[in-house]
Design a protein around this ligand. Structure first.
Ligand code: AP5
Length: 209
């Protein structure tokens, strides 16, 4: 199986959901989410967190130099990794090429309307990070994580106006990466509108192919 993996896709396309499943089912494959790392920096009120917070709350991208510094040293090529939310710009993709080779880029496609629907109803566990959706996979008890009993919360950037900006930023700045990686023969397209298990199956086929 190919082990140096990028998950590409609009906000809410299902990158986090699929990365967590893949990492759980493949021992040693590290899940690296730049969004999760940044949210942790914000919670701990670090210097990076203070710099990043305003951009994130507006749904804008954090400047490339902060992200590239943050990612360097975190990639374990031997164990393999799933990059979720990175790279997000051509500058980041070019920087990544200097750090490591990539085996495959999974492009999870989803329409704007479905992005807005899904993100407006997302909830995340504060303790274990498990992702829920009030429309598609709600927890058994409202506000409580099925897996660990932790509290569920709504992300600051999952407000309608911020979601719309995040989607626009994705189209303008991140979607060009699809061609960037197509030119390198690395892209496998996956239909993100299917049920979670179907998306996972398609990703597994792409990773074996
Ligand atoms: P980040 O956390 O990376 O947010 P994102 O890319 O906008 O992605 P999301 O986490 O919103 O969505 P997802 O694709 O992971 O979907 P999920 O699986 O949760 O980034 C946040 C911010 O940090 C950025 O805006 C930026 O400011 C900054 N940042 C991060 N990385 C950066 C970088 N490299 N450069 C610069 N700035 C950066 O699913 C969404 C919902 O849908 C959930 O409720 C889930 O349960 C549900 N769902 C998933 N799959 C399905 C399915 N198949 N069917 C039904 N529902 C589903």
């Amino acid at each position: 199986m190919r082990k140096r993996i990028i998950l590409l896709g609009a906000p809410g396309a299902g990158k986090g959901t699929q990365a967590k499943l893949l990492a759980a089912n493949n021992n040693g494959l590290a899940h690296l989410s730049t969004g999760d790392i940044l949210r942790d920096e914000v919670t701990r009120d670090t210097e990076l967190g203070r710099k990043a917070k305003g951009y994130m709350n507006r749904g804008d991208l954090v400047p490339d130099e902060l992200i590239i510094d943050m990612i360097e040293g975190r990639l374990d090529e031997d164990g393999g990794f799933i990059l979720d939310g990175f790279p997000r710009t051509v500058t980041q993709a070019e920087a990544l090429e200097k750090i490591t080779a990539i085996d495959v880029v999974i492009n999870i496609a989803l329409t704007r309307d479905e992005v807005i629907r899904r993100l407006s109803s997302r909830r995340v566990c504060r303790d274990c990070g498990k992702i829920y959706n009030l429309l598609y996979n709600s927890p058994k008890n409202e506000g409580v994580c099925d897996a660990c009993g932790g509290n569920l919360f709504q992300r600051e950037d999952d407000r309608r106006d911020v979601i719309e900006n995040r989607y626009d930023v994705y189209i303008d700045v991140t979607a060009p990466l699809i061609n960037f990686y197509k030119e390198r023969g690395l892209v496998k397209d996956v239909d993100g509108s299917q049920a979670t298990e179907k998306v996972s199956d398609q990703i597994l086929v792409a990773l074996r192919g």
